[in-house]
Design a protein around this ligand. Structure first.
Ligand SMILES: O=C(CO)[C@H](O)[C@H](O)COP(=O)(O)O
Length: 278
């Protein structure tokens, strides 16, 4: 894995510099930049998300078919695309949204939209993530859009992930937050119990996601399914094996392990923006 770092401050311009191979991670920082700085600005988490989003949108060219992700970071990407289209800095873009939420946001910004049926080959998808490990493998879907996200991102020639540095983990499932599995409504409890049993040794607790509107009603995805959230005490050792076993369960529609899919990950942290590539 290689990475590109942008260290920011209130001063400009960026000044290219060389970085050595990191012996611990065996990664090299590519095309790095440092900055003549006085003091670093204080950035909120939303600032970081926007920085990552803006950096990713630099890869968008007029005429592209784009996968539009879901979530608060992806929403900054959609906002920026809307702005660049409205000012004529981009043109002839077609967006394939990964959720009804994103579809509504993009439509409100006059971004032309289409579907995977009409555009089965996507040039570039940009989306957020819930966890990013050192191999650029991901957990996604805490926003509930994992099925459409996986379909759209799998159909994309490039997939750029945008996130703030709170999403970095050393092993997937290691954040202690949910790893979602989309299941059909029919006998969801049967699958919840089976999923929990599958990961017994990782101290897994499985919970049905609720709507979050104050009621105990289940959360229903854009595809009419439920989500079982898996909480792990210990990280998943072999994501591919885990994904295969989850997918083999009848009634499981999709899981939130996005393995070998990201072509690069843009991470914004308090000290800069890092672009990690394989
Ligand atoms: O997978 C997702 C939605 O299904 C999101 O990309 C993920 O949850 C990250 O969201 P956010 O940018 O709001 O932290």
């Amino acid at each position: 894995m290689a990475s590109l770092s942008l260290h920011f401050s209130s001063a400009t311009p960026f000044v290219p510099r060389a970085t050595p191979l990191n012996p611990r991670t065996r990664t090299r920082t590519l095309k790095p930049f440092s900055i003549r700085s006085q003091s670093a600005p204080v950035l909120s988490q939303d600032d970081l998300k926007r920085l990552a989003a803006d950096k990713a949108v630099e890869s968008v060219k007029s005429g592209m078919v784009l996968g539009l992700g879901t979530g608060s970071t992806a929403a900054f990407v959609v906002d920026k695309l809307g702005l660049l289209l409205s000012t004529g800095q981009l043109s002839n873009i077609v967006g394939i949204p990964t959720s009804k939420r994103t579809q509504e946001q993009a439509a409100s910004l006059n971004i032309p939209l289409s579907t995977l049926d009409l555009h089965p080959h996507i040039d570039l998808a940009i989306d957020g993530a819930d966890e990013v490990d050192p191999n650029l493998d991901l957990v996604k879907g805490r926003g509930g859009a994992l099925l459409r996200e996986k379909m759209v991102e799998a159909a994309s020639s490039s997939f750029i992930v945008v996130a703030d540095d709170s999403k970095l983990v050393s092993g997937l499932g290691g954040s202690g937050l949910a790893m979602p599995v989309e299941v059909v409504q029919f006998c969801w409890k049967y699958n919840l119990v089976r999923l929990q049993g599958l990961f017994k040794e990782l101290g897994c607790e499985a919970k049905l996601r609720v709507a979050g509107d104050g009621s105990e009603k289940p959360y229903v995805t854009d595809n009419g399914n439920y989500i079982v959230d898996l909480y792990f005490k210990n990280p998943i050792q072999d994501g591919f094996a885990a994904g295969k076993e989850i997918s083999a369960m009848e009634g499981v529609v999709e899981h939130g392990l996005f393995l070998g899919m990201a072509t690069s990950v843009i991470i914004a942290g308090k000290t800069g923006v890092e672009v990690m590539t394989k």
